[in-house]
Design a protein around this ligand. Structure first.
Ligand SMILES: NC(=O)c1ccc[n+]([C@@H]2O[C@H](COP(=O)([O-])OP(=O)(O)OC[C@H]3O[C@@H](n4cnc5c(N)ncnc54)[C@H](O)[C@@H]3O)[C@@H](O)[C@H]2O)c1
Length: 390
């Protein structure tokens, strides 16, 4: 198998996990040559896994000058995707950039233009598109099993919001912009894909229904009198394994007045082909799942996803006495229901076949811009037109 030499920029928990995935330790088609992080303490985590000889850089440009590196994985935090991606593309590298692509429409357009001009391929970390359940749904829709899709609905049930996001002082609009962009962009991408068209307008409402509140900004779990009863109490020394890498989570209060990210949102979307969809994201549901409903001219499809891989598809047909068809797409190996491994295969194939990825660019652009425009709509109270890709 042709070997693609890789480098990773950003060694948080996700970047360390990806460094492992895109190395010889996990896949014969990838050889990890170098890593980069501004924080040198992160290098040690990578060296502990990949050996003392792993080349580590603080300056990404120095690393990107290396001619032996073919592909770069960008896993910096959300506000820091643009510069490394542009620099890697300018150096002719193939790039897998983590979601969200970026945090502004201007940056999305700049990145698309740079990818089109580069000899490198740009893909985004939308691994859910590569899971069996969503691939199967898309195939069935393309086969016309429910006719032409006219109406859609998707629900992001995020029970883990309190654990993943709201304890951290960075979990604010100033850093993430919105959870629609940071978290729901996966499902917005899937919805766009399943609807089979580009989003044209969005009207959205959102707010705080559970998290945030009146607790003082600096309140920490370990200093709180309610720690024995609070369902979100976090031990201050709490170290979790996230994508196989150790992370310690800050223990700021989830009921703090500093928490200004909306914990729920509802979107009404029109598509360029006239179809329409609604979307809901909620960070205080009991369950952590994603659900999709699609109504076509000849029937209706339901799709269910969770990370453990209890995938389900149900198809009912109009004017039919037959019971709805139930399908159970298999869970495949790897994180995110097998999506991470399948996306890695696709990245490898596109690189060795030198196959550009306009579909990945389109997917990255529209999911990102839809989430950004939904945030603008929540702020303005009116519908927002989504700038087409061009
Ligand atoms: N696809 C998925 O399912 C998935 C899952 C988890 C995280 N993510 C995404 O992965 C990204 C990383 O997440 P994380 O939780 O590991 O983030 P993190 O903030 O914990 O780590 C980011 C790292 O990037 C480094 N960094 C920032 N700017 C840099 C620069 N200019 N040069 C070198 N290093 C730099 C920081 O020092 C830090 O170590 C995020 O964008 C997140 O949204 C995607």
């Amino acid at each position: 198998m042709e070997v693609v030499n890789t480098a990773v920029i950003g060694l948080g928990s996700r970047g360390l996990g990806l460094a492992d995935m895109y190395s010889q330790r996990s896949h014969v088609g990838f050889d990890l040559r170098a890593v980069c992080d501004l924080d040198r303490a992160r290098w040690e985590h990578a060296r502990a896994v990949h050996g003392r000889g792993l080349a580590c850089y603080a300056d990404m440009h120095e690393m990107l000058d290396r001619e032996d590196i073919d592909a770069v994985i960008v896993a910096t935090g959300d506000p820091h995707h643009v510069e490394p991606t542009l620099a890697a593309l300018a150096n002719g590298k193939h790039v897998l950039v983590e979601k969200p692509l970026c945090q502004s429409v201007d940056d999305a357009q700049r990145l698309v233009a740079a990818a089109r001009a580069s000899r490198g391929i740009l893909m985004i970390g939308f691994e859910l598109r590569a899971t069996s359940v969503f691939r199967e749904m898309k195939t069935l829709l393309d086969q016309g099993r429910i006719g032409e899709v006219k109406l859609g609905h998707a629900f992001d049930n995020v029970s883990v919001g309190g654990d993943y996001f709201f304890h951290d002082p960075m979990r604010q609009k100033a850093f993430f912009k919105s959870l629609l962009l940071q978290k729901a962009c996966h499902s917005l991408d899937l919805l766009n894909w399943l609807m089979g068209s580009a989003p044209a307008t969005v009207y959205a409402v959102g707010g705080l229904g559970s998290f945030g509140g009146n607790a003082p900004t600096g309140l920490r779990c370990h200093a709180c009198g309610k720690s024995a009863t609070c369902p979100y109490y976090l031990d201050k020394d709490h170290v979790a394994l996230d994508y196989g890498a150790p992370v310690s989570r800050p223990d700021y209060c989830v009921w703090s007045s500093a928490m200004d990210l909306d914990d729920h949102a509802l979107l009404c979307i029109t598509y360029a082909n006239g179809a329409k969809a609604t979307f809901q994201e909620c960070h205080f549901t009991p369950e952590y799942t994603r659900e999709f409903w699609l109504v076509g001219t000849e029937g209706k499809m339901y799709g269910f996803y969770d990370n453990p891989g209890n995938f389900r598809i149900r198809i009912g047909r109009r004017h039919s006495q037959a019971a709805p068809q139930e399908l159970r797409p298999p869970r495949e190996e790897g994180d995110h229901g097998g999506g991470d491994n399948n996306l890695r295969e696709e990245f490898h194939r596109r690189i060795v076949e030198n196959a550009p990825a306009p579909d990945a660019l389109e997917s990255a652009y529209y999911a990102t811009v839809l989430a950004i425009c939904a945030g603008e709509s929540i702020a303005s109270g009116g519908p927002v037109a989504i700038p087409p890709l061009g």
